[in-house]
Design a protein around this ligand. Sequence first.
Ligand SMILES: [Zn+2]
Length: 225
Amino acid sequence: MLRGSIVPQGAALKTVPRQADLRGCVFKYVLLLGVAAGVAAYLFVLQPELADTEEDLGAIASQIAQRPVAVECQGIISHAIDVTNSEGRVEYTESGAPADKTQLKRDVCQRLGDFRATRGAGRYACLVSELECTDDILKTVKAVHTLSHEAWHLAGVKDERIVECYAMQTDQLVATSVGASKRLGRAIAVYYAVEIYPHLSTKYRSSSCKNGGPYDLSRGSRTWP
Ligand SMILES: [Zn+2]
């Protein structure tokens, strides 16, 4: 062997990590640490917060369904890959009995869970004035109605037209239960009945859904919905 030769002939070359490779490794470790921190934050901070909301909303749904039922809020991952447009759902058994829980979209849960903290003065002024409501307010009104609607499915009502009609009449109860004043709860219920209900598809609407009609939950009362 010649003096000065570094590698004996035929021997495998020892690879020396280049700087770019090292940077790649460090980046991977940082990324992994970031993912781990995200999972930890989800498990220890966000998840318990949503668990509290699930418990609160479950109590409201149970009051309407007249039996103990639960609310399950959509998880972060399921939310990230979700392409469905239904805000909530209740499954039925083959014999037609409803499940004991409803699954709500993450945004619905968050809006209801945050209602008390975000109901600042004037925020819902559009509901009782000529002002046009923003998409954000409309989503919150619909979130209130979604819980009300799914609670009636949990009560065992399957016909969407009857469910919608009953739900309209318990929107005020749901709204006040998540933190609205009686006046705001009433405004949300009336807004849904006047501005949203008439535009639903016929699958959800019924001409019998009216004050004193067959689906009026308090026929003696003049208040509607
Ligand atoms: Zn439904």
